[in-house]
Design a protein around this ligand. Structure first.
Ligand SMILES: C[C@@H](O)C(=O)SC[C@H](NC(=O)CC[C@H](N)C(=O)O)C(=O)NCC(=O)O
Ligand code: NI
Length: 133
């Protein structure tokens, strides 16, 4: 088995596709509509679904916002340098919600950015081993 995708319900599909492609550098891999059940799916990611876990952005026609609740945490992306990544994201209009720096109680360099629906995206600086915080 392997992780195929994480599904996020989004309020504005074009806005979300623009964020994940133009701000976070993902590719729009495929898009499909289901007129019977009134929803559209857009799959975005850094590589083909045959070997990469991706995001499934789900737009329910006419639904422009969701209560995210308190259970969902974040999706994590690996970056070469979290400080550079934040500079580039800010330059493209992204919102950095947690400035880059070591994780509390650890050494891993992280930051957080919010997507158009306010889902949290964690940026984790690449490291040799992810065994420690
Ligand atoms: C393509 C595959 O990855 C899917 O997840 S499609 C599954 C399908 N999704 C929806 O119906 C999305 C719209 C829905 N209103 C929602 O917000 O979740 C699904 O969940 N189908 C249910 C089923 O029983 O087939
Ligand atoms: Ni799915």
């Amino acid at each position: 088995m392997r992780i195929l995708h994480t599904m996020l319900r989004v309020g504005n599909l074009e806005k979300s596709i623009a964020f994940y492609t133009e701000v976070l550098g993902m590719k729009l891999l495929r898009q499909s509509e289901n007129p019977e059940y009134k929803y559209t799916l857009a799959f975005v990611g850094y590589g083909d679904e045959s070997s990469n876990a991706v995001l499934e952005l789900t737009y329910n026609w006419g639904v422009d916002s969701y209560d995210l609740g308190s259970a969902f945490g974040h999706i994590a992306l690996e970056v070469e340098n979290v400080y550079d990544a934040c500079d580039k994201i800010r330059a493209k209009g992204g919102v950095i919600s947690r400035e880059p720096g070591p994780v509390k109680g650890g050494t891993t360099e992280i930051a957080f950015v919010r997507d158009p629906d306010n889902y949290a995206i964690e940026l984790i600086q690449k490291k040799a081993s992810y065994q420690q915080l």
